[in-house]
Design a binder for this molecule. Structure first.
Ligand SMILES: [Zn+2]
Length: 423
């Protein structure tokens, strides 16, 4: 769609969303009234900035269904987030919402390189988590053959992948890496599989991690983005250019803001992604603070899509560690490890405090071939890692090399940080 036309459609849909939220959700009505704003005040897309933000806490405060804009008789599906701290956030969908979501996911799969001739092994978890069913409905809408295997039981995953000739794998990047590892243990080479494409998301992952997965599984891997509060997977995805994720602008408006001043940052600068839904019926979200850190990529994409692109995610404001006043993201560590080689991309950051001083220890798995090597080789590797990590992160780091396969593997989202300072 030409950009002018898209902007017109966005404004029309934004105005409808604001009205729907104002008249049907007491939370929004109160928030608008508190700043003297009425739906009629939204006259252009620039007026988006007049609207109040919505946070995960707002969803929790209105647990479970208080943010819904339709009666429960209109809600046909309920999902919720894992809720590792406190109450989970609950999201609902009308029949139309499910339809839109399936369409968006089908669109995302195509953008990521899938066709209806593919056999999609969907190893995202099925259940309250939106990953499994989100991909599933999209794959069916596209007309591909979907295997609803869900996460876990890795050996069976690989057997099915081989026997059914799966061509596309969908799961978290950390699980994809684990599948590759188990495959190697089983003595199965990537050439023995028909797998050609991977669509990975639900956690931030580095460019080096992509190359590692592509090499080990013999596939092309793309990054997909979504979050349950906004709809689930299918908010945005990389195209074949692999230069940023296209966000489906006919359904979502994006802004990138400074998380502290809450003002928009200049294109190319890192900030927090804020999303406004444009078509959601059951749970419209206005300026939802995703806590995901990215930047808007200026210019047009070589693929021809006019949707705005955001850079691959650096991390979440939640994941961002402040160690001795310095911002540290686990993905930075991952990037260094993969660039240097000699280690496996399985790592754990342990943050602690000794006296008044924060400490960072990075536990890293050594590759098999190096572990059997002489002690001197390991000492050298440790020294190089310390120096690389310290220059990248800007703080002093202790590196502990551990034996292969001693850091716990994940079948969903990986745990990368243990912060002992809070305990
Ligand atoms: Zn593109």
């Amino acid at each position: 769609m030409p950009e002018d036309e898209l902007r017109e459609l966005q404004l029309e849909r934004l105005q409808a969303t604001v009205k729907r939220a104002f008249f049907n959700v007491p939370f929004y009505r109160k928030a608008f009234q508190a700043i003297g704003l009425e739906p009629g005040d939204i006259k252009s897309l620039d007026d988006l900035q007049k609207l109040p933000f919505t946070t995960k806490q707002d969803l929790r405060d209105n647990y479970p269904f208080g943010m819904f804009a339709v009666p429960m008789s209109e809600v046909v599906r309920i999902h919720s987030s894992s809720g590792t701290t406190g109450k989970p956030t609950v999201v609902g969908y009308t029949r139309h919402d499910i339809d839109v979501w399936a369409e968006l996911m089908a669109r995302a799969l195509v953008c990521g390189g899938t066709t209806r001739h593919d056999i999609i092994q969907n190893a995202y978890g099925y259940g309250l988590f939106t990953g499994g069913l989100g991909v599933h409905y999209g794959a069916e809408r596209l007309g591909a053959s979907v295997i609803p295997i869900s996460g876990g039981n890795t050996k069976r995953q690989i057997m099915i992948m081989k026997d059914y000739g799966s061509t596309v794998l969908t799961c978290t990047p950390s699980y994809a890496l684990y599948i590759a590892e188990v495959m190697a243990e089983m003595g199965i080479r990537p050439e023995e599989l028909k797998l050609r494409c991977g669509i990975f998301g639900a956690e931030p992952w580095s460019e080096n991690m992509r190359q590692e997965i592509e090499k080990r599984l013999g596939i092309s891997a793309v990054d997909i983005y979504g979050l349950s509060e906004v709809i689930g997977p299918g908010v945005g995805i990389e195209c074949q250019a692999k230069n940023g994720l296209h966000v489906f602008g006919d359904h979502f408006l994006v802004e990138v803001i400074d998380p502290v001043t809450e003002k928009p940052v200049a294109p190319g600068q890192l900030g927090e992604l804020v999303i406004t839904s444009l078509t959601k019926e059951a749970l419209p979200v206005i300026r939802y603070r995703t806590r995901d850190i990215t930047t808007i990529i200026p210019g047009t994409c070589s693929c021809g899509r006019t949707y705005v692109r955001v850079a691959r995610f650096t991390g979440r404001t939640d994941d961002m560690l402040i160690i001795r006043g310095v911002n540290v993201f686990p993905s930075q560590v991952e990037s260094v490890l993969l660039e240097m080689g000699g280690t496996e991309p399985h790592y754990l950051l342990i943050v602690d405090r000794q006296g008044a001083l924060d400490t960072l220890e990075v536990k890293v798995e050594v590759s098999d071939f190096l572990f059997s090597d002489k002690v001197r080789g390991l000492e050298e590797l440790e020294k190089r890692l310390v120096s690389e990590l310290e220059s990248t992160l800007g703080i002093s780091v202790k590196v502990t090399l551990v034996e292969p396969k001693t850091i716990e593997r994940s079948e969903g989202k990986a745990v990368r940080v243990i912060d002992k300072r809070k305990i």
